[in-house]
Design a protein around this ligand. Structure first.
Ligand code: C2E
Ligand code: MG
Ligand code: MG
Ligand code: MG
Length: 282
């Protein structure tokens, strides 16, 4: 405890930093085993058509059930997985499970054929040459049309070499899957990315949705992102919808799709079974 050593902000800060670093170290060594020990689980958050509130797809979000720390969010360990060369293996697990899961919900009649699955990709997964083949194999195996799979990338993923990045994206798109720009508006060059790369949709970052009730100006920003997406013939989906007021405003702005805690938090596969069964009979 900081007070013991005489207090002061600096000491408190370094103490908490030490804790953070210790946790990081502990997590990174544990993550090696987690993949083979089945400690990783894929959660799903529904994406809805806002006017009808119909579920049109899911986003797969990985979770780590650590025996000691409990549930750990992707936010915390994806970076560690990237640093320690575990991200391709982790990504393979997420793709495999989530495509299988979509097929299962379809086979059980919980969703119709139109419903899709979105998976987040890291840079290292994107440059992995096996990704395209894996997508072909998985979609074929489960009879899922590739157009029902979308890959979410952030602009950070594409920074290095535009030509090479475009080649990779076109190659992936040739499998039939869709491509969405995640966290739109948070980076430096979102606009030029939309021009340069073959995206099918953009996701309005949660921070814009969160702030748009604050002022006319912030609302205008969201309104213009939506208009821009439409002008470029891109699907637009709003992230992080938490309140009925946000939903109302987004609908009024013509935003067609959205996801967020207002509709559902990310749920385990079993949790989503229940969510889908109850909303289907409602
Ligand atoms: P993202 O793709 O932008 O995912 C959205 C994040 O916002 C998720 O956090 C989700 O749980 C959270 N979220 C959804 N609705 C709401 C809401 O209404 N309010 C708030 N406050 N939060 C909401 P999560 O699961 O912690 O994931 C964080 C990031 O980690 C993701 O951001 C994504 O970039 C990455 N990630 C998650 N799963 C994977 C994966 O399987 N592979 C890779 N490479 N990255 C992943
Ligand atoms: Mg995402
Ligand atoms: Mg996002
Ligand atoms: Mg994000």
């Amino acid at each position: 405890e900081a007070k013991l050593h005489g207090g002061g902000n600096r000491l408190v800060f370094s103490e908490s930093m030490r804790h953070g670093m210790l946790r990081q170290l502990e997590l990174s060594s544990a993550l090696h085993n987690a993949i083979s020990n089945e400690e990783l689980e894929v959660y799903y958050q529904p994406k809805l058509h806002l006017p009808s509130r119909k579920v049109i797809g899911f986003e797969a979000l990985v979770r780590w059930h650590h025996p000691k720390f409990g549930m750990i969010s992707a936010e915390e360990f994806i970076g560690i997985a990237e640093q320690f060369d575990l991200i391709v293996e982790l990504g393979t697990l997420v793709l495999t499970r989530s495509i299988e899961q979509l097929a299962q919900w379809r086979d059980n009649g919980l969703v119709d054929d139109e419903v899709s699955m979105a998976v987040n990709l890291s840079a290292l997964q994107l440059v992995d040459r096996r990704l395209g083949r894996m997508l072909r194999e998985l979609t074929q195996k489960h009879g899922v049309p590739p157009q029902r799979i979308s890959l979410e990338v952030t602009e950070g993923v594409l920074i290095d070499d535009t030509e090479r990045a475009n080649e990779i994206l076109e190659e992936l798109k040739s499998t039939g899957v869709l491509l969405d720009l995640d966290d739109f508006g948070t980076g430096y060059s979102s606009l030029s990315y939309l021009q340069r790369f073959p995206f099918d949709g953009l996701k309005v970052d949660r921070s814009f949705v969160m702030n748009m009730m604050d002022s006319r100006e912030k609302a205008a920003l969201v309104r213009s992102i939506i208009a821009l997406a439409h002008a470029l013939h891109l699907n637009v989906i709003a992230e992080g919808i938490e309140t009925a007021e946000q939903l109302e405003l987004l609908r009024e702005m013509g935003c067609e799709y959205g996801q967020g805690y207002l509709f559902s938090r990310p749920l385990s596969a079993a949790g989503m079974d229940t969510f889908l069964s109850t909303s289907a009979t409602a």
